[in-house]
Design a protein around this ligand. Structure first.
Ligand code: ATR
Length: 273
């Protein structure tokens, strides 16, 4: 039950109905017995400049941002972390003393999700895609010490841009995606390919060393055809839902004062949506 002192946070998106975040945060709020709520807020992009300052005036603790607000919000905030600026997107806003502080926990979420499965060698990673998700992935891999991050994207100009913005990143043409896998320690699908209702990702994993971790940012289905093919070949795999769960941790801690855990029970609960 909420009291008059309840701490309020939420997620801003357009649309927002598909978001799993309210369910995820509600689970943690109940688990910790916190007097608080996390609500979905459907906000049009053109209304963001009015809505964001109003959230501070209404006393919210903060919000998550989902599409299409992650990039658009940057100039509307009082402060933005270097990490969010480098990635070019904000997914977490903390409101303190009426000021809006923007950060990005996608790189953190990505790395926490794969960390238990990573091979010891952190030399080479292959990243498919060059959109917002790929930017967070490249940032995380470079910070983790990967020396060679090869980005391949259907539109190669976008991949080339990443080579100028992140350390250790090089780009290759999309057609080479099966060839560049030799010596890779990690393969990441950061495109929307393989998602339910989208086209399949065509890739031949033969050249990928058996130790290499394969991970997908797509989580509908949870086990994408890429992850199934990798599992069949004996590779360690990490699904994309784990990234979503982990990226939510820093926001929850900042708004509600407790650091929540990502557990198999949480995952099962969120999947039951
Ligand atoms: P996000 O910000 O979530 O990563 P995005 O910017 O729409 O989303 O990026 C989607 C990624 O999937 C892009 O890398 C896109 O490639 P383009 O940059 O060439 O558009 C990739 N993608 C989508 N459909 C694809 C397809 N049919 N074949 C290859 N790549 C595809």
């Amino acid at each position: 039950m909420l009291s008059g002192k309840a701490a309020i946070a939420g997620v801003l998106g357009w649309p927002v109905a598909h978001s799993l975040s309210p369910r995820l945060h509600q689970y943690w709020l109940e688990k910790h017995g916190i007097d608080g709520a996390y609500v979905p807020l459907a906000v049009r992009p053109e209304d963001m400049a009015q809505v964001l300052p109003a959230l501070a005036k209404m006393g919210l603790r903060g919000v998550n941002l989902t599409l299409p607000h992650k990039e658009l919000a940057l100039p509307l905030l009082d402060e933005v972390t270097d990490e969010a600026r480098a990635i070019g997107a904000v997914n977490t806003i903390v409101i303190r003393d009426g000021r809006l502080l923007g950060s990005n926990s996608d790189a953190y979420g990505f790395m926490e999700n794969i960390r238990p499965h990573l091979p010891k060698a952190r030399q080479k990673a292959v990243v498919l895609g060059a959109g917002g998700a790929a930017r967070a992935v490249c940032y995380a891999l470079a910070r983790e010490g990967f020396r060679e991050i090869v980005v391949l994207n259907r539109t190669q100009d976008k991949a080339s841009l990443l080579t100028t913005q992140f350390p250790h990143v090089t780009s290759e043409s999309w057609e080479k995606r099966s060839e560049v896998l030799d010596e890779a320690d990690v393969l990441v699908n950061a495109t929307s390919l393989g998602m339910t209702g989208k086209e399949q990702l065509e890739i031949d994993l033969s050249a990928l060393p058996p130790r290499a971790l394969v991970t997908d940012i797509v989580y509908t289905p949870l086990l994408t055809p890429l992850l199934l093919a990798a599992k069949k070949k004996g590779h360690p795999v990490a699904d994309g839902l784990g990234m979503l769960l982990h990226q939510a941790v820093p926001g929850f801690e900042a708004w509600f004062g407790q650091r929540p855990l990502v557990t198999p029970e949480l995952k099962a609960f969120v999947l039951g949506a």
